[in-house]
Design a protein around this ligand. Structure first.
Ligand code: PHB
Length: 390
């Protein structure tokens, strides 16, 4: 098999890249270790920055999003029993869009397959070869067959635990990591959420986030101790704890818990995001803590930068954007790291529950909710910078 761009991984970065390349007339093949149903079923955060929703709509993969996504004009921050709203629309004229990552993935897979792009699911033992030559290759097993894709470029969109990042030689690579001392316990439950928009809840017992996936489907999260397993939280205790952390700011409806999840909190950046003819994108290169819901948005921004750069290479024989890929992406990534770190620190109770820190956080939240300038700063960061190809 031969293609211009071999893509490893059928998550948001890989799928969107294939989609954007196709619009430029550049062909690609995606290889993915998991089956299609697993890719389409993996529940992750569900917040799109406005420009991402626009991009999906404008490039022809937003029909279901337009029908089913919820457009939010703001968020609530609850603190000491009161939920106060930060109105993005009034402050900066922008919105965010609640649409699950698995729905973005499902829509892109359907669109790509219908348009003839090959996505090879359930491949095993994928290995990248010759990334420092003009003819890099992806070799893998599919059933009993060993297969090879000859490529002009390879893009690793295979997540934090994928094979691609490690193919950038260790002597070129530096990694920056911060492991936070807590995690998120998440539930999906058959119950109406307390608000249509997200409520980010500060409480001295720990952070909680209240969101929804439909009229009778809630997705809530709460800060828990790092390494505490989801099994140590029986359902009734989770509801009790979430109710305490909402602090009376709203009524919390309970219902059957359908799924539980556990998300360790980590921040990570690898650089460079390229070596020879290999580029990496999305979680393969960087992880943000989930508090700012930036992960999928960053993956999509990487795909946009790379699609533009590859179009310049193939169509205009101009290498400048390819050469600058890492710097262009990391500027956005480090800004998102800073925002995610700031929001995480603002809202999570420190593990020792030092009263100094709790009082200091309360003062910062009080200032935030009473300052037009501080709320505007949060709104600009939360809604994200539109992608600018230049
Ligand atoms: C979610 O609904 O999954 C969600 C929303 C906002 C976040 C994180 C996760 O910051």
């Amino acid at each position: 098999m031969r293609t211009q761009v071999g893509i490893v991984g059928a998550g948001p970065a890989g799928l969107l890249l294939a989609h954007l390349l196709k619009l430029h007339g550049i062909d690609s093949i995606i290889v993915e270790g998991l089956g299609r149903a697993v890719c389409e079923g993996r529940r992750r955060a569900g917040m799109l920055e406005h420009w991402v929703a626009r991009l999906l709509i404008d490039t022809g993969v937003g029909d279901r999003l337009k029908r089913e996504a919820e457009f939010h004009d703001g968020i609530f921050i609850s603190h000491e029993g009161v939920a106060r709203r930060i109105d993005f629309q009034a402050l900066i004229g922008q919105q965010v869009v609640a649409y699950d990552q698995k729905d973005v993935v499902t829509d892109l897979i359907a669109h790509l397959l219908a348009g003839g792009t090959q996505i090879l699911f359930e491949v095993e033992d994928a290995v990248l070869h010759d990334i420092h030559s003009d003819a890099p290759k992806i070799r893998f097993r599919q059933g009993d067959d060993i297969r090879q894709i000859d490529c002009d470029f390879i893009v690793g969109c295979d997540g934090f635990n994928g094979i691609s990042r490690a193919c950038i030689p260790a002597r070129e690579r530096s990694e920056h990591e911060m492991i936070l001392p807590y995690a998120w316990l998440g539930i999906l439950a058959e119950a109406p959420a307390p608000e249509r928009e997200f409520i980010y809840g500060w409480h001295e017992r720990g952070f909680a986030l209240f969101s929804r996936r439909g009229d009778n489907l809630s997705r809530h999260f709460m800060q828990c101790v790092h390494s505490e397993s989801q099994d140590s939280w029986p359902d009734s205790l989770i509801w009790d704890e979430l109710t305490l952390r909402l602090g009376g700011a709203r009524e919390l409806s309970r219902g059957r818990i359908l799924q539980k999840s556990y998300t360790p909190m980590r921040a990570f950046v690898a650089e460079p995001m390229q070596s020879g003819r290999l580029f990496i994108a999305g979680d393969a290169a960087h992880i943000v803590p989930p508090t700012g819901a930036k992960g999928m948005n960053l993956a999509i921004a990487d795909a946009c930068v790379l699609a533009d750069a590859l179009a310049d290479h193939f169509i205009r024989h101009d290498e400048v954007k390819l050469h600058n890929y890492t710097d262009t992406c990391l500027r956005r990534v480090w800004w998102a790291q800073h925002f995610s770190w700031w929001l995480t620190n603002l809202l999570h109770a420190d593990v020792q529950r030092h009263t100094f820190n709790l009082r200091r956080q309360s003062a910062e939240i009080d200032h935030l909710l009473n300052s037009q300038a501080a709320m505007t700063m949060l709104a600009e960061n939360f809604c994200g910078r539109p992608y600018d190809p230049f």
